[in-house]
Structures are given as C-alpha cells and as structure tokens.
Design a binder for this molecule. Structure first.
Ligand SMILES: NC(=O)C1=CN([C@@H]2O[C@H](COP(=O)(O)OP(=O)(O)OC[C@H]3O[C@@H](n4cnc5c(N)ncnc54)[C@H](O)[C@@H]3O)[C@@H](O)[C@H]2O)C=CC1
Ligand SMILES: O=C(O)[C@@H]1CCC=N1
Length: 278
C-alpha cells in the first residue's frame, strides 16, 4: 500500500506504465488523479484502470500529496507555471522529464522552499520491472523521501543519486535503455526469420533468451563478461557471432549512442531551462 493521493499531469506512455505498476502493487486507483488535455488519452486509461481523470491540471492537484509531472520536457515550463498559483507548501512535485533541472522547475514554480524530486523511470514499470533513479532537493522531507521511493519502488528498482548531474547518464542508460534492447530484439528476430525460422518461433525464442539472460545476470551476480564467456565455446558458433559484432564496432556504437542521449538531455535542459512567458 502506498499511503498517499497522487496526481499525474500528462497521461501518456510513461504515466500509463507507472499507473499500471502502482495498481498492480496494490495502490488504489481511487487515489490516482490523471490530467491530460487529450480526452482520448484519458479514455484509454479509464478503460483499463478506474483512475479519476481531469482536463484541468489545477483541479487534478487539489488535495493530493504528490504530483508527478509526466508531460514532455517542452511542455514542462508552462505546466509548472500553471500549477504555481494553487501549489501547497506540503505537496511533493516529482518530475520525470528528461533533462530539465530542479533549479529551473523550482524557479518556474516560484515558491521559496518547494519539495521537488527528479526521477528517471522507464517503461517496464508497467510490468513492475522498471528501473528508476531519483534525486531530491534539500526541501524534501524524510517522509516525502520515503513516499517518492515507495511510489517508484512499486514499479521496480528505485535508487537515489547523490548528484543531480548523473541524471543525464541515467537517462541515456536506463531511461532510454528499453528501446535499445527492443531494437536488438527486432534485429535478432529479423535475422532469425531470414535464416528460415517461422516468425512466431523466432519471436518467442528471442524474447525468452533476452529475459533469461537478464534474469541470469541479475540472479547469479556474475559480471556479464563471465556469463558471455560461459556461452562462448572456443572454436564454436558464439565465437563466430561475437567476432562479427565486435568487428562491426558494437562497443563503439553503444558508447556513441549513450553519449548522444546524455548530450541530448543536457541540450534539452539548456534549451528549455530558459524562461519564457506563457
Ligand atoms: N517514454 C519513456 O520511456 C520515458 C519518458 N520519460 C519522460 O516522461 C515524460 C512523458 O513522456 P511520454 O509519456 O513518453 O510522453 P507522451 O507524449 O506519451 O505523454 C505526454 C502526455 O502529456 C499530455 N500533455 C501535453 N501537454 C499537457 C498539458 N499542458 N497538460 C496536461 N497534459 C499535457 C499529452 O497529451 C500526452 O498524453 C517526458 O518528459 C519524458 O522525458 C522518462 C522516462 C522514460
Ligand atoms: O526519449 C526520451 O526523451 C524519453 C526520456 C527517456 C526515455 N524516453
């Protein structure tokens, strides 16, 4: 049980994943408000979960303990400014927007001592297998700290960062990370079909292999490199495949990909952290 009322501002992909994880973990849908200007988005949600929906952001935050900002970074400034007039000093704001820094959110909110947490979750939260990193500003109370952690922990792993600057690397790794693994799955499945496997056979074997590899890496505690070597028989099939991947520059590609994602998070902060007047 998570002992609070919470409001999502923005009811899109990431909000849906978090709501799914929270409800699967016993949070009462009655205690979840969701605001979105798209009524179709709200309908998709209420078809699945009996949450309370709003087209007004101000009405959605009335009487809640925690507000999760789940709009795109480009919408964040307007949304925070809009909430400012009705913001209560004991409310906790959690922003999941990529890039945007707490100091900017705090300035847009315009209050002196607001409790703000930045969180970077990921979409597997929907199946309670998410991974979230959190960072709190100095006004977050012990109780709010616990509350933020319990909300995100309901959706999977939740870990606190000591320094907000690490959030961009987290965004590049675990925030965007599910997409990299999905892309690898797409590529492996396609290659297996080209080798002659029926599509459903390729899909199932690929997904169970990905799941099994992650489960084994988590449960064994062994480094991925050790587990990889256990699969790679000298002179065998895996060795040939790994040779192709390494020759093709896999390590460099991932390095470039994560650097590009982290840089984009910094760009978003610099582009969107400037004040504009709504
Ligand atoms: N999708 C992902 O895997 C992850 C996304 N995030 C962050 O989560 C945030 C949301 O991303 P998604 O859910 O993917 O986007 P999305 O586009 O699916 O959802 C955003 C929702 O906000 C609504 N919205 C736009 N302006 C609004 C306003 N003024 N008031 C109320 N609602 C409004 C839109 O109608 C939309 O339904 C972003 O800031 C993103 O950086 C963070 C981690 C992972
Ligand atoms: O692509 C994005 O910008 C968001 C942030 C992390 C995952 N999706």
């Amino acid at each position: 049980m998570i002992p609070c009322k919470l409001a999502f501002i923005g009811g899109g992909n990431m909000a849906r994943s978090l709501i799914g994880g929270l409800i699967a973990n016993g949070m009462s849908a009655e205690n979840i408000h969701v605001a979105d200007m798209q009524t179709a988005t709200l309908e998709t949600l209420t078809n699945r979960y009996p949450v309370t929906t709003f087209t007004s952001n101000q009405q959605a935050i009335e009487g809640v303990d925690v507000v999760i900002l789940a709009v795109k970074p480009q919408q964040l400034q307007d949304v925070v400014r809009e909430l400012s007039a009705d913001w209560q000093p004991d409310q906790l704001m959690i922003s999941i927007a990529a890039g945007i820094r707490i100091e900017d959110i705090n300035r847009w909110l315009g209050k002196s001592q607001s409790s703000i947490v930045r969180a970077m979750p990921n979409t597997p939260a929907l199946v309670e297998a998410g991974a979230t990193a959190l960072f709190a500003n100095e006004h977050v109370t012990h109780q709010q700290h616990e509350l933020a952690e319990s909300i995100l922990r309901a959706c999977g792993l939740a870990i606190w960062l000591q320094d907000e600057k690490h959030m961009d690397a987290v965004t590049a790794l675990s925030g965007s990370g599910p997409a990299y693994f999905f892309l690898v799955m797409e590529a492996m499945e396609k290659a297996a079909i080209e080798l002659g496997l029926p599509q459903e056979t390729a899909r199932l074997l690929c997904l169970e292999t990905a799941f099994g590899a992650a489960k084994m890496a988590l449960e064994s505690g062994e480094p991925a490199s050790t587990l990889r070597k256990q699969v790679t028989s000298p002179g065998g099939t895996t060795e040939r495949a790994i040779h192709e991947l390494e020759d093709g520059g896999l390590h460099g590609l991932f390095e470039n990909a994560l650097v590009a994602a982290a840089l984009r998070a910094r760009e978003l902060a610099n582009e969107l952290g400037q004040d504009h007047h709504a």
